[in-house]
Ligand binder design. Structure first.
Ligand code: FAD
Length: 318
């Protein structure tokens, strides 16, 4: 069976959820082979194996942590040479997309970014992308070289499937560009205890209807009861009620959770662009004519200050 390389996104060996999603997708295409760069491969191998990685190619060197993406591209290129995979899957993070683009260039391969689904086709993986503010879904495949594909978080739910997950050392020699850009410092974001917005399975967002920074506590309370991330419309961000890092939409982040709850958000096209591919959409809006109701699975016409706390109480009671 063909092997599929999966680039492992991790923090010191703690594998992030998008990688487990990639392993699930990779199993549709062949045998997943994980590529783990930096410290923690042995610890990561257990969870990678539990999600279908037959092998874990591991390399550790200071270059992976002290420099930006170029050393990782060298390593992935070495993995492609060693495995001759049928495709390479990389998470669609900012770093993942840079790695994928550089790798595709090195391999003289076609590249597809921001896949929302990947299926097996007769002539290679078939990739779905959501385009034009999610108004269309396109399907494409790479016609030259080893397909390099970046996949958005939450494209699929990760499924466990026990495989060997045997760690093998990957030999990497770094090219002259590898140490071209050094990391000077890292400042961790203040921890909110909530999941990362783009990776969260549930997102609760507030808009202009929230009417003030302090009122976002109502949105946060529902989010915390559900274990969700908090998002915001641009109107709420521009008003200074919530940080820009939480903005969902065309000029913010794209989210595709299992459940998206929009409270006090009208549903402008630019907001939809960032959340329309969510699996289930719930809106709470006091205006029955609000455009958000055109795309929801469940809509509540009502005052968010009554509906959201009632919902929070109900969730907490369960
Ligand atoms: P409004 O459109 O003002 O809607 C507020 C809603 O809250 C209304 O529907 C109202 O009925 C409801 N409401 C009020 N009070 C209550 C209450 N008590 N209970 C329940 N409901 C209530 N927007 C984004 O979100 N993300 C982007 O990335 C983005 N990028 C943009 C890029 C460009 C180039 C442009 C031009 C615009 C962009 N916008 C973006 C802005 C977008 O066009 C809208 O202006 C914005 O999404 C509106 O935010 P909102 O829905 O919170 O506010």
């Amino acid at each position: 069976m063909a092997e599929i390389l999966v680039y492992v996104d991790h923090l010191d060996g703690t594998v992030r959820k998008p990688t487990l999603e990639l392993l699930t997708l990779a199993r549709r295409l062949g045998d997943p082979v994980a590529v783990h760069l930096g410290p923690g491969a042995e610890a990561a191998a257990a969870v990678l194996g539990e999600h279908g990685a037959t092998r874990v190619l591991a390399a550790d060197a200071p270059e992976f942590t002290d420099y930006l993406v170029a050393p990782k591209v060298d390593a992935l290129q070495a993995a492609v040479a060693a495995v001759s995979p049928a495709a390479v899957l990389v998470p669609s993070s900012a770093e993942g997309k840079e790695i994928a683009a550089r790798l595709a260039l090195r391999l003289e391969s076609g590249l597809l970014t921001d896949a929302v689904d990947v299926t097996a086709g007769d002539e290679g993986p078939v990739v779905s992308q959501s385009v034009f503010a999610a108004a269309f879904t396109t399907t494409s495949r790479v016609t030259h070289g080893t397909p390099v594909i970046t996949v958005k978080p939450n494209a699929v739910a990760p499924e466990a499937a026990q495989a060997a997950g045997a760690v093998e050392e990957l030999a990497v020699s770094f090219g002259p560009l590898a140490t071209g850009t050094k990391v000077v410092s890292r400042t961790p974001r203040e921890a909110s205890g909530r999941p990362e917005l783009t990776e969260a399975a549930i997102v609760v967002s507030g808009g202009r209807g929230v009417n003030g920074a302090e009122n976002f506590a109502v949105i946060e309370a529902l989010a915390d009861s559900l274990g969700a991330a908090v998002g915001a419309s641009r109107a709420a961000v521009d008003a200074g009620w919530y940080p820009h890092s939480a903005q969902v939409g065309q000029t913010g982040k794209t989210v595709s959770p299992q459940l998206y709850v929009a409270a006090g958000i009208s549903g402008a096209i630019q907001h939809r662009a960032g959340m329309q591919t969510s699996k289930t959409i719930v809106a709470i809006n006091k205006d029955a004519e609000a455009p958000i109701f055109e795309l929801v699975d469940y809509g509540v016409v009502g005052d968010l200050f009554e509906v959201v706390p009632a919902l929070t109480e109900e969730v907490r009671a369960r």
